[in-house]
Design a protein around this ligand. Structure first.
Ligand SMILES: [Zn+2]
Length: 228
């Protein structure tokens, strides 16, 4: 264990958590084949636990999760890390408050991304969970820092923990990996509902002052609910 014995217990717990959380992606039908990935920051260390690349969801055990540093270099594990590792690492390096990152190509969210269109804040649950519209990030190719930079820039100045990378799909963040998974699930739900609402007319946007009060009320008054 090159990461140091002091973090052995934390890494074991995070490997189990991250492996388990991947089951949520299939349960909520946010992923197909091996696309999609979850990572968790190792608290207090410049490390993260992430899904290995190209492994079937049925075979994602805690032992197969990999540990990398925050530049995507393998620290522990038998397999190559997810091909999106550089994007996750960039987010952790530039957003210290983020403890978990999720990426999927969930259908409705990705349909908005294909149009390069932010999802307008037309539902109280969007105001509660996302604090406004879901922003669009730039078109960016995998292979360098441009996806990570695009995510961070799009989320900067937004209350939303979710961003739709244009022509690609959603990335979501959270204080923990579980929070980021919840955001990915909620995002797909609102993307679907607003898409359906559009079929028969123009959804009504919630005034920004009301969005702000809904967001603060939900985040502060209901922030300690047991399901969060
Ligand atoms: Zn992708």
């Amino acid at each position: 264990m090159t990461a140091g014995d002091g973090v052995r217990d934390t890494l074991a717990r995070l490997r189990a958590d991250v492996a388990d959380l991947h089951r949520m992606l299939t349960r909520y039908e946010l992923v197909t084949w091996t696309a999609g990935n979850i990572s968790a920051r190792v608290p207090g260390r410049d490390l993260m636990v992430i899904k290995p690349s190209g492994v079937s969801y049925d075979d994602l055990t805690e032992e197969r999760m990999v540990v990398t540093d925050l530049h995507g270099r393998l620290v522990d594990g038998d397999q190559a890390p997810s091909s999106d590792t550089d994007a996750h690492a960039y987010v952790y390096r530039h957003m210290p408050e983020v403890g978990g990152v999720v990426h999927t190509h969930s259908t409705y969210a990705t349909a908005w991304a294909a149009r390069g269109e932010p999802i307008p804040c037309v539902l109280t649950m969007m105001a509660d969970e996302f604090g406004g519209e879901i922003p669009i990030g730039p078109f960016a190719l995998i292979g360098d820092e441009s996806i990570g930079r695009g995510i961070v820039e799009a989320l900067h100045g937004s209350r939303s923990p979710a961003v739709l990378m244009q022509n690609h799909g959603p990335f979501t963040t959270g204080k923990t990996a579980r929070d980021a998974v919840k955001a990915a699930v909620m995002l797909e739900d609102v993307a679907r509902t607003v898409h359906i609402a559009r079929q028969l007319g123009e959804p009504i946007e919630i005034p920004s002052g009301q969005v702000t009060s809904l967001f603060h009320r939900y985040q502060n008054s209901y922030g300690q609910r047991t399901d969060r």
